[in-house]
Design a binder for this molecule. Structure first.
Ligand SMILES: [Zn+2]
Length: 237
């Protein structure tokens, strides 16, 4: 299993960080979220279009890159499987209509999942659990060949993530605040760096990768091993 970071910023962050998009290569090419500029990042990182796009929620920093991916799938004569909850699929359809590209729905294979559902794609299992964000959001676990990566999406500290990520090789967790900013982060459905470390420690994962930070660099308290993300960073699990 290989994980490649396409974008790691939050909605308001240094532009070179990009917006949330994590590429996971198993026997399938799976993309977790698609913020603005995701297609450009795929090209910059030398990666092919994904087979499967998983959207954790419908906030713009996680979804606004999806129309371009569908357009490029159409250009190649193909379709893109989009796995998400009913509300997120509905938002994506409305986005396609709003940008006057409703026909791109023909290039989308929607797979609707409940927030605690799971799907099999080839030999890869993709499982979900409900997150604690300001809108309906899911955590994601991708498992293949005895390897596993979990992705928080946007969330306040979440017991369901601890269970979903249990024993994974890597937890990719959002960090929307530094130590001392927990209260403000939790109030809007986000986590601070210490929360991410605590989630990783409780889930028993081998390593943590912090993503989704804003203009201040993340200060990570000790407690777990850290993979430092950067655009096109690649991790073999
Ligand atoms: Zn969000």
């Amino acid at each position: 299993m290989r994980v490649v970071v396409l974008g790691l910023g939050g909605w308001i962050s240094s532009p070179w960080l990009g917006y949330p998009a994590i590429y996971v290569e198993t026997d399938r090419r799976i993309l977790l979220d698609a913020g603005e500029g995701t297609y450009a990042r795929l090209a910059q990182c030398g990666l092919a279009l994904p087979d499967v796009l998983v959207l954790t929620h419908a906030h713009g920093d996680h979804i606004l890159g999806a129309p371009t991916l569908l357009l490029m799938a159409r250009r190649g004569g193909g379709r893109l499987k989009v796995v998400a909850t009913a509300s997120v699929l509905s938002s994506l359809r409305r986005i396609l209509e709003a940008v006057d590209m409703p026909h791109l729905q023909q290039n989308m294979d929607p797979v609707e999942v409940p927030p605690d559902g799971e799907v099999e794609e080839g030999g890869t299992r993709i499982a979900f659990a409900p997150a604690r964000h300001s809108v309906e959001t899911v955590h994601v676990r991708v498992e293949h060949g005895g390897r596993c990566v979990a992705y928080s999406g946007d969330t306040a500290p979440s017991d369901s993530l601890v269970e979903l990520a249990r024993g994974c090789d890597l937890l990719i967790h959002e960090v929307s605040g530094n130590p001392g900013q927990e209260e403000a982060a939790h109030a809007v459905g986000h986590s601070a760096t210490g929360d991410a470390v605590e989630m990783a420690r409780r889930a028993g994962v081998r390593a943590l990768m912090p993503v989704h930070y804003y203009l201040n660099a993340p200060l990570i308290p000790p407690g777990v091993d850290i993979y430092v993300p950067y655009p096109c960073a690649s991790v073999e699990l």
